[in-house]
Design a protein around this ligand. Structure first.
Ligand SMILES: *[C@@H]1O[C@H](CO)[C@@H](O)[C@H](O)[C@H]1NC(C)=O
Ligand SMILES: *[C@@H]1O[C@H](CO)[C@@H](O)[C@H](O)[C@H]1NC(C)=O
Length: 364
């Protein structure tokens, strides 16, 4: 009887520990993922051994209930002791194996700042229904974004900045109804912004600078109620700024510098919540609207390298704060207004215009 109980207990314990350790299929998928990568300096994969991939495998964590792999978090820049010991940041080559698509419960995939990982984003990644975070910043990943990326209905973060991604923004991207943070900066993405970009209702940061994006700024962007940070700088955008951008509830940073935008500036931009506005290096023309008020607060107001003409608007001296002002390289003319926002500005803020005068330039 005692031995029977003993055997029952052993069987129970064995079953319990088998349930707790990661599924063999997840372990196999992780090992195939590891096999396609080469990390010569830190040895982060040395811990990827043993049966239970949920236990002490560097950068891997599992769902406490299902015991399936939920997160892969591998960062090449980190304060982790493994980096301190090696006295260097990470470097890794190889590719992201499609085997990760077998991790059916994967919720976040972060493979960031390894500088040398190349190849494409595995197409099958769009079949991971629980994926919330895809962060592949700072590698050498090439190819297009998956055409059916819009299938990732739970995706909140899409960050592929600082890679070599090319092709156009997939039309399905605007189907990512949970997306809050989109970062495509510094890639080789071309073609237009989807006209229905404004469907991304949850978006708070849209960072797309330093690509080859062309065509107009879709006015639907102004439907994104939560958008706080819009960076479209260093692209090939053309056409005018939709006036509705100045009527967005929480938009604080608008960087449209270094594009081919033209037309007059909507006066709404200067009486909005936007405090960081860079329109430098475009082809804007006409007068700078004389609509500033005590509600205008700018940490940065950079209108340099355009074709603005006429005077500096007098109302600018009514602005409650202007930290950095750059009106240089335009065709402005007339007396620089006085008043507190102008007191701390240097001559370089006004240089290279047609005929500006008064402090801090020469007297009129
Ligand atoms: C967006 O989602 C809808 C509904 O799921 C689908 O019918 C449509 O084809 C998707 N659009 C794209 C471009 O994938
Ligand atoms: C505004 O954009 C221009 C062009 O990209 C850049 O050179 C400049 O530093 C930016 N201004 C500020 C204040 O960041």
């Amino acid at each position: 009887m005692a031995s029977f109980l003993y055997i029952t207990l052993i069987t129970l314990l064995a079953t319990a520990s088998a349930v707790k350790s990661c599924p063999p299929s997840d372990r196999a998928a992780l090992l195939a993922f590891k096999a396609a990568l080469h990390e010569p300096y830190l040895g982060i994969f040395n811990s990827w051994k043993g049966i239970d991939c949920c236990h002490k495998w560097y950068g891997v964590s599992c769902d406490p209930e299902t015991h399936k792999v939920a997160d892969i978090n591998l960062r090449g820049e980190s304060e982790d002791p493994i980096f301190e010991k090696a006295g260097r940041s990470g470097y890794m080559t190889g590719t992201i194996s499609p085997s990760i698509c077998k991790l059916e419960r994967l919720s976040s995939l972060t493979i960031a700042d390894w500088k040398g990982i190349s190849g494409e984003i595995p197409r099958c990644i769009t079949a991971l229904p629980f994926l919330r975070i895809l962060d592949l910043i700072g590698n050498r990943i090439s190819g297009d974004l998956p055409a059916d990326i819009g299938r990732l209905q739970r995706l909140t973060v899409l960050n592929v900045a600082d890679n070599l991604i090319s092709g156009e923004i997939p039309r399905s991207l605007t189907n990512l109804s949970s997306l809050m943070h989109l970062d495509l900066r510094s890639n080789r993405i071309s073609g237009p912004l989807p006209r229905n970009f404004g469907r991304l209702r949850m978006l708070s940061r849209a960072l797309l600078s330093n690509n080859y994006i062309s065509g107009p700024i879709p006015s639907s962007i102004s439907n994104i109620y939560r958008l706080a940070d819009l960076d479209l700088s260093l692209n090939k955008l053309s056409g005018a700024i939709p006036p509705s951008l100045g009527r967005m509830a929480v938009l604080a940073t608008l960087n449209l510098d270094a594009n081919k935008l033209s037309g007059v500036i909507p006066s709404s931009l200067f009486n909005s919540g936007i405090s960081n506005l860079n329109l430098s290096k475009n082809a804007f023309e006409g007068y700078i609207p004389d609509v500033f008020s005590s509600g205008s607060y700018f940490t940065v107001l950079d209108l340099s390298y355009n074709n603005f003409r006429g005077p500096i608007p007098k109302s600018l001296s009514a602005a409650s704060y202007i930290g950095h002002l750059d009106l240089s390289h335009n065709h402005l003319c007339g007396k620089i207004p006085g008043g507190s926002p102008f007191d701390h500005l240097e001559a370089s803020s006004f240089a290279y215009n047609d005929c500006l005068c008064g402090k801090p330039l020469r007297a009129c």
